[in-house]
Design a protein around this ligand. Structure first.
Ligand code: IPM
Ligand code: MG
Length: 363
């Protein structure tokens, strides 16, 4: 009999509950097939938490996450809560979880399944053999968490400001994550910053360069963020690990995700010290698709696979999920976002079911 794991589950808003329930179904199939025990505790965060408790991130949710082995999250937010002032918005639940749980390292792998080449918006001669890169995004610092505010001025009316702040220690720990991971991949780190303009980027770049000296087997190059945005669509194959700040990582990971066919395919892991982590799809709550059985659950299913790998060390089981997804795609099944002519359109639930069946077949 395998070990027992406690998983905090935060379905959230919009399509969150539908995609999370497919990921849990896949986890249950893994548990049954490989003899593990996953215990789920469902928690409130985001817009649904605002409706139920008045707060986007109830204390009870943070406390439960802290006593769990890992957190699986769907998505938060929606038009219904868009009128709320900044600090009361559903998104604050995400930022609060990341910072209060100390999850400073956000791993966002962009991988193009060869079955999805037709859904990739780049020309075949650009995408070539495919795409396999990892964005390592700093997640608890930078402009997301620096001082912000508004002030009235005499001559210019209202002024608003957000501040990009990074300390050496913050840069060093995320740089180490990037170099460690690159050591086990194609051994190339591209540091992305805006050191030609921003002082915070100049410190960032200096620290990254210093850390690189401890990893002589990994090649480091630097790129300004505007150039990186262009290179991602001009020649994405040059990238292995992209190391970058909170905001640049937010932007570039959406861009990278589109190259993989759909943002509905991209998982993420947010890690801190130790094995604990929070796992969530890169996409948002897509309220326009909610409740229609149309959302692609694959990003969340693959996030669950990352949880097995990074938090539980269940490599074989993580690979079983990834290969089940690949088999289902190879058999021609597609949700609407990755649909192309000649394939079979399926809904959220059927996609989850097909992945489960493949896990059983593959075991
Ligand atoms: C993401 C999202 C979040 C972010 C939002 C919802 C706060 O875009 O996880 O990429 O900006 O980090
Ligand atoms: Mg984003």
């Amino acid at each position: 009999m395998g070990k027992s794991y406690r998983i905090a589950v935060i379905p959230g808003d919009g399509i969150g509950p539908e995609i999370v329930s497919q990921a849990l179904r896949v986890l249950d199939r893994v548990a049954a097939t490989y003899g593990h025990d996953f215990e789920y505790k469902e928690l409130l965060a985001g817009g649904c938490a605002i409706d139920a408790t008045g707060e986007a991130l109830p204390e009870a949710t943070v406390a439960e996450c802290r006593t769990s082995d890992a957190v699986l999250l769907g998505a938060v937010g929606g038009e219904k809560w868009d009128h709320l002032p900044g600090e009361q918005r559903p998104e604050m639940a995400l930022l609060g979880l990341r910072s209060r749980l100390g999850l400073y390292a956000n791993l966002r792998p962009a991988f193009l399944f060869k079955q999805l080449c037709a859904a990739c918006p780049l020309k075949p001669e650009i995408i070539g053999e495919g795409l396999d890169l990892l964005v390592v995004r700093e997640l608890t610092g930078g402009i997301y968490f620096g001082p912000r505010g508004r002030r009235a001025t005499a001559e210019r009316g209202q002024e608003a400001f957000d501040t990009e702040v990074y300390s050496e220690a913050e840069v060093e720990r995320i740089a180490r994550v990037a170099f460690e991971i690159a050591s086990g991949r194609r051994r190339r780190v591209t540091n992305v910053d805006k050191a030609n303009v921003l002082e915070s980027s100049r410190l960032w770049r200096a620290v990254v360069t210093r850390v690189a000296a401890d990893y002589p087997e990994v090649e480091l190059n630097h790129m300004y963020v505007d150039n990186a945005a262009m290179q991602l669509v001009r020649n994405p194959q040059q990238f292995d690990v992209i190391l970058t700040t909170n905001m640049f990582g937010d932007i570039l990971s959406d861009e990278a995700s589109m190259i993989t066919g759909s943002i509905g395919m991209l998982p993420s892991a947010s890690l801190g010290q130790g094995n604990f982590g929070l796992y969530e799809p890169v996409h948002g709550s897509a309220p326009d698709l909610a409740g229609q059985d149309r959302a692609n659950p694959i990003a969340t299913v693959l996030s669950a696979a990352m949880m097995l790998r990074y938090s539980f060390g269940l490599t074989q089981e993580a690979e079983a999920i990834a290969s089940a997804v690949e088999q289902v795609l190879a058999a021609g099944y597609r949700t609407g976002d990755i649909m192309s002519p000649g394939q079979t359109l399926v809904g959220t639930g059927q996609m989850g079911q097909l992945i489960c069946e493949q896990i059983t077949k593959g075991a």
